[in-house]
Design a protein around this ligand. Structure first.
Ligand SMILES: [Zn+2]
Length: 355
């Protein structure tokens, strides 16, 4: 068996990257990226064909630094003409005048429903440095109200835990669930009232009766999230970077969580992703230890609130945290192997509409 290729070097990534076989890398799922629907490759022989958006590229198209410190993004991708087999080139858009950098922090929330069905949410949130101090202060205050006798810096807020009466009893919180909900509602309102201070990109699998394993859906949702959030950032001329809460201890060995590395690098085999990342660095998602950043607590909270709304609506129950409190959200809605993106307040579908 041939050895797996040595991983390429990624600018800004000091983690030890694994040798990945093409077979381990997920297939690109998507058609043309936004804005590239009409792109065709023309060959001298007269052939015209659409680029292979939904096929895996053999090369991992990373951005790398040369020895003189210059950064190189792929500006062209080579294809073989399907008629005459000569080499054709496709120009990739490359942004050189970026507006700045955006760090997105991600977390997930899921809810089994019915027989093998699932609701799944993956949220990436970017918070402007000017808004972050207020977010941190409100978060610390919320934690202080929930557990007044414990240093709020010493524990990580997970909404699923703090809404659980057993957890509260064990952890010295005297609040009722309703009181916790009111604390959380305040944070949602702060996020909603500061649309210019943050970007929320939520990838959702609405209540689905199709049987999915949660590992399968996690991979799909993370792929869609990275794809759609990269498009959102680069279309505004921002360079995104992605930080996810670790689900393993790989970070202790200077590794990225295997699934995250596989998906992040797998996207570099997707022509659509290379196209819409517009040559921007750094682009490999990294997993961080739990609770290492307050933005991860906000991502956890947002993912929970969105998942909870869908679940309560699905069950026909009172909604504790209506998502419209959050203000504008970029919704990436998954249905089978496609997704659609919409920026709006509240879910992008009408109440009671079948999904
Ligand atoms: Zn040709």
């Amino acid at each position: 068996m041939a050895a797996s290729p040595k991983p390429p070097r990624y600018f800004g990534i000091s983690h030890h990257l694994r040798r990945l076989d093409l077979a381990q890398i997920p297939h690109p799922l998507f058609g043309p990226p936004p804005g590239a629907e009409g792109v065709v490759v023309r060959c001298d022989c007269g052939a015209e064909y659409r680029p292979p958006w939904a096929r895996r590229l053999p090369d991992e198209l990373s951005i790398h630094a040369s020895s003189d410190g210059k950064l190189w993004a792929p500006a062209q991708v080579r294809f073989q003409c399907p008629i005459c087999a000569s080499t054709n080139l496709l120009d990739i858009p490359v942004l050189t005048d970026i507006n700045g950098y955006l760090a997105f922090f991600g977390d997930e929330s899921e809810q089994p429903i019915g027989k093998g069905g699932l609701i799944f949410v993956y949220v990436f949130v970017a918070i402007h440095p000017g808004f972050l101090p207020l977010v941190n202060e409100r978060l610390l205050r919320a934690k202080y109200v929930i557990r007044p006798h414990v240093d709020p810096h010493s524990w990580v807020l997970h909404l699923k835990d703090v809404r659980n009466p057993n957890w509260r009893e064990k952890n010295g919180s005297r609040l009722s669930t309703r009181e916790v909900d009111s604390v959380i509602t305040n944070i949602c309102e702060m996020i909603g009232a500061n649309e210019s201070g943050r970007i929320v990109s939520a990838t959702v699998l609405p209540p689905s009766k199709v049987s999915h394993s949660s590992a399968e859906i996690y991979e799909l949702a993370l792929t869609v999230s990275l794809f759609a959030t990269t498009e959102l950032a680069t279309s505004r001329k921002f360079a995104p970077s992605f930080f996810l809460e670790s689900t393993t201890l790989d970070h202790e060995k200077n590794l990225i969580d295997y699934t995250v590395e596989k998906i992040g690098r797998g996207l570099r085999h997707s022509l659509g992703y290379v196209w819409l990342s517009r040559g921007i660095v750094p682009s490999l998602p990294i997993s961080l230890p739990k609770g290492s950043r307050s933005e991860l607590e906000i991502a956890d909270l947002l993912a929970f609130v969105i998942r909870r709304h869908m679940y309560r609506a699905y069950e026909g129950n009172r909604i504790e945290f209506p998502v419209k409190l959050l203000g504008d959200v970029n919704w990436n809605v998954i249905s089978s192997d496609r997704f659609t993106s919409t920026m709006c307040r509240d879910f992008p579908w009408a109440e009671g509409e079948e999904r």
